[in-house]
Design a protein around this ligand. Structure first.
Ligand SMILES: NC(=O)c1ccc[n+]([C@@H]2O[C@H](COP(=O)([O-])OP(=O)(O)OC[C@H]3O[C@@H](n4cnc5c(N)ncnc54)[C@H](O)[C@@H]3O)[C@@H](O)[C@H]2O)c1
Length: 246
């Protein structure tokens, strides 16, 4: 593996499992020091303990004060931040719109969208100095609404506009801001928000829809994050990169 991120510091939200965990490992394998911000303290620590330069923070990314405190600790330890991966997210439940509650809509929007504002604003002064990178994780359901995922899809759709707005406003500081739009990516363990039948149905529908007849893995998204944060992508900003098997 190359060392494209030697000397760089990355913050990855939601890196205790799945896509975030694979991304923490990938950036670490390429030389970065990584800070994991996740609700799941035990799993976040397990991931950090398996990496050479890593810190784990038990943080709800919708809590502005907690995010700022974690960022301050990262700066105290490594004195810089080069990469932010806004990955934490998920569904509070699969519910058709007519049965949706505003509680679920608000929490889904906070976790998938407002958290990206909170984390971006918290790291912005450091990233502007470093000329760093932000990668926001969106979802295919932002582009094609999926039955029962209205709250999640619309929160993820807002991520696109936010990404491009940031790319335009921060390009002059040599910062790049991109989004990745994953298709179906294999889950890490059982999801509390889905029944097993719902999880199976989502996987089957993805296989029917995709051009490539293979299951997308968290490492496929991690590889795309690493590319977007690397010098190979130096002229790419404000895009939504679909990583979905076609
Ligand atoms: N797996 C897929 O098919 C898929 C497809 C499209 C988009 N995505 C997006 O990719 C991202 C990662 O998904 P995943 O499949 O790896 O899920 P995952 O459940 O395995 O990982 C999500 C992580 O985020 C953490 N998290 C959730 N809410 C948080 C909060 N408020 N504060 C801090 N941490 C929080 C969880 O503890 C978990 O570790 C999410 O944004 C998801 O919406 C996933």
């Amino acid at each position: 593996m190359t060392a494209r991120f030697e000397g760089k510091v990355a913050i990855i939200t939601g890196a205790a499992s799945g896509i975030g965990k694979a991304t923490a490992k990938r950036l670490s394998d390429e030389g970065a020091a990584v800070a994991i911000l996740d609700l799941n303290e035990g799993l976040a620590k397990e991931v950090a303990d398996g990496l050479p330069k890593a810190l784990a923070f038990s943080v709800d990314v919708t809590d502005e004060g907690a995010v700022k405190a974690a960022v301050a600790q990262v700066l105290a330890k490594w004195a810089r931040i080069d990469i932010l991966v806004n990955n934490a997210g998920g569904m509070a439940g699969i519910l058709p719109i007519e049965h949706m509650t505003m509680e679920v809509v608000r929490r889904t929007t906070e976790v998938n969208y407002l958290s990206q504002w909170i984390c971006t604003l918290a790291v912005l002064p450091s990233l502007q100095v470093a000329g760093g990178n932000i990668v926001n994780i969106s979802s295919g359901s932002a582009q094609t609404p999926v039955y029962g995922m209205g709250a999640y899809g619309s929160a993820k759709a807002a991520v696109s506009n936010f990404t491009e707005a940031c790319a335009r406003e921060f390009g002059g500081k040599n910062m790049r801001v991109n989004a990745i739009v994953p298709g179906y990516i294999q889950f890490d363990g059982k999801k509390p928000s889905f029944t097993e039948e719902q999880a199976e149905m989502i996987a089957q529908q993805a296989m029917q829809r995709q051009a490539l007849k293979q299951i997308g893995m968290p490492s496929d998204i991690a590889a795309a994050v690493a590319f977007l944060c690397s010098e190979d992508a130096r002229h790419i900003t404000g895009i939504e990169l679909r990583v979905s098997g076609g």
